[in-house]
Design a protein around this ligand. Structure first.
Ligand code: ATP
Length: 238
């Protein structure tokens, strides 16, 4: 049995004939913040989507809490305690902030909805101020906060985020990374996919570097921040 909360063992993923992931192995332990960094098109989004079964890993195994989830339907994976905050947020623009939060309870049911919504408003006071506003009219940063809060409404053990800082102003990015630390403080395990390597590696306990579908490097956040190869490729050579 796997000791890790999430364990990915040697997965390959394809889009038709194009191979997007090659023998990718990684793990995330309970309570960790782990990041996956890589350039545009490296396969970061594909890896997250493969964890949720779309595309399916054709080779290899994905285990969550020691249990094989490789071939489960997506909703079953969500029910087991994994929640994805997708790239581009994918909130429901015509629904209010509050309605979006309720949608987040789908994998687990409404039993704790009131209590959890209150907890989200404490974590994100800005969302409480805007609870009746249509989500499509929120700023980019507020939409990202809403996407994170909606994922948390499913009471996941582990939250996976796809480039939450994308397209946001520096101050908002700073706030997003602070929020991720607060969420980790609530006992959630975090797997963060980012192009913003500097912020991500400063936040993370450990990191992986994906290049053309292959994990090329791994180490503690600190080690990777100091790695000349990483500095050259992802930190502007500084
Ligand atoms: P980005 O930061 O730009 O989102 P990424 O690291 O997340 O990049 P992916 O989106 O996973 O990269 O893409 C990995 C490779 O798979 C790319 O070559 C991409 O063109 C290809 N790809 C992604 N989605 C599809 C798809 N639906 N059909 C065919 N090829 C795809």
């Amino acid at each position: 049995m796997s000791e890790h909360l999430l364990e990915v063992r040697g997965i390959d993923a394809y889009y038709g004939p194009i191979q997007a992931l090659r023998e990718v192995s990684l793990h995330v332990d309970k309570g960790e913040i782990v990041t996956l960094i890589g350039a545009n098109g490296a396969g970061k989004t594909t890896l997250l989507n493969t964890l949720f079964g779309n595309p399916r890993a054709l080779v290899g195994h994905i285990l969550f809490r020691g249990e094989e989830i490789t071939r489960l339907p997506t909703y079953q994976i969500a029910k087991r305690g994994l929640a994805l905050v997708p790239e581009g947020r994918h909130i429901f623009p015509g629904m209010t902030v509050e309605e979006n939060l309720v949608m987040g309870t789908i994998p687990v049911g409404m039993e704790h909805a009131d209590e959890d919504r209150q907890a989200m408003f404490e974590l994100f006071p800005r969302l409480e101020e805007r609870r009746d506003q249509r989500a499509g009219t929120l700023s980019g940063g507020e939409q990202q906060m809403l996407a994170i809060a909606r994922a948390l409404m499913a009471r996941p053990e582990m939250i996976l985020l796809d480039e939450p800082s994308l397209g946001l102003a520096p101050l908002v990015v700073k706030r997003i990374f602070e929020v991720l630390r607060e969420i980790a403080g609530l006992g959630k395990t975090i797997f963060l996919v980012e192009q913003n390597a500097n912020h991500a590696l400063k936040l993370a306990d450990r990191g992986y570097v994906l290049v053309n579908g292959v994990i090329e490097l791994q180490g503690s956040g600190k080690e990777l921040l100091g790695n000349p190869q990483v500095r050259q490729a992802y930190l502007g050579g500084h």
